[in-house]
Design a binder for this molecule. Structure first.
Ligand code: TYC
Length: 101
């Protein structure tokens, strides 16, 4: 046991960094049926029919669309699962991830 016990008068500040966020991006292709893209968006990203249809059409018309933003692990897992759902049906459907600025 030490002879003197000192108690700090000010509690040390714990620095909590905000986790970096990653975008999941849907990439357009010429082969995956629109209805299938909508179905994957609904099941993997918990979107309504309306939200999924809008995201799908934006990717269809502009080449790509941001689907959602998550922490790195969640973004990568969701992008992989959604891409794999297309691959299982033989479609080239692709979801990528990208860090937010
Ligand atoms: N372009 C596809 C078609 O015309 C539909 C589609 C939309 C595919 C968005 C992928 O990310 C995508 N059948």
């Amino acid at each position: 046991m030490p002879d003197t016990v000192t108690t700090p008068r000010v509690a040390p500040k714990l620095k909590v960094e905000r986790p970096k966020l990653y975008k999941v991006i849907l990439i357009n292709d010429d082969f995956t049926p629109r209805e299938f893209v909508v179905r994957v968006l609904k099941s993997e990203f918990r979107m309504t029919e309306d939200q999924a249809a809008k995201v799908m059409m934006t990717a269809h018309q502009r080449g790509a669309c941001v689907v959602a933003v998550f922490t790195r692990d969640v973004a990568e897992t969701k992008a992989t699962r959604a891409t794999d759902a297309g691959r299982a049906k033989g479609y080239p459907l692709l979801f990528t991830t990208e860090p937010e600025e």
